[in-house]
Design a protein around this ligand. Sequence first.
Ligand SMILES: *Cc1c(COP(=O)(O)O)cnc(C)c1O
Length: 226
Amino acid sequence: MFDLAHWQMIQHDLIPWRVLRPVEVVAVTKGQSVAALREAMAAGVRVFGESYVQEALAKQRALAGADVEWHFIGRLQSNKTGLIAEHFDWVHGVTNGHQAERLSRARLLLGKGPLQVCLQVNLSGETSKSGLAEPQVEPCLRALQGLTGLVVRGLMTLPEPPADEGEGYTRQRFRALRQLAESLCQRGYKLDTLSMGMSDDYQIALEEGATWVRVGTLLFGAREKR
Ligand SMILES: *Cc1c(COP(=O)(O)O)cnc(C)c1O
């Protein structure tokens, strides 16, 4: 169920950063019930993050007409890009030009305004993890410039620290993401968004420049495992 005290705590934590830049919370509701989303909405939550398309669509149907923004934060599968373009406002985890082209084309066919997207960057150097390696980011941005069905708003990362690494590892990844975004801005790309930080590390992400923090467990408790 929705934890109002934790929501209020996070809102309070955002206040000093909002003097410097816009910062918002994506309430991550994968594995949570529609009832939990309703409770969150009653408390003023307006942005939900979901990772699985079918699960998200079922919730959207149950909450039809609600004034909320839906963010897709899961792994993109090419056969789902049409549904994602239709039913989401933001996509946080674009990792290649092919996906982006499909999203853009679907969005244009639907006659909807551009989809807001972030490129997912893998800063841990592990090829097994999803996301663009740092040298791939600028070529990908360049390739996406002609796509009128989407707007690349910024960068997203999901650091997974090895068990023996602590806060320093995460902070270093968040900082590297911000520095990458800053250097791209200096080269003329218009990026205003850094999607980074989750329940355990959102405060570090705020300190390092996050504009979206994606918080699930802290707001809703443990979720059903898939
Ligand atoms: C599940 C998920 C989150 C939320 O994680 P919590 O630890 O529950 O806050 C954030 N971002 C992504 C991409 C996720 O898949």
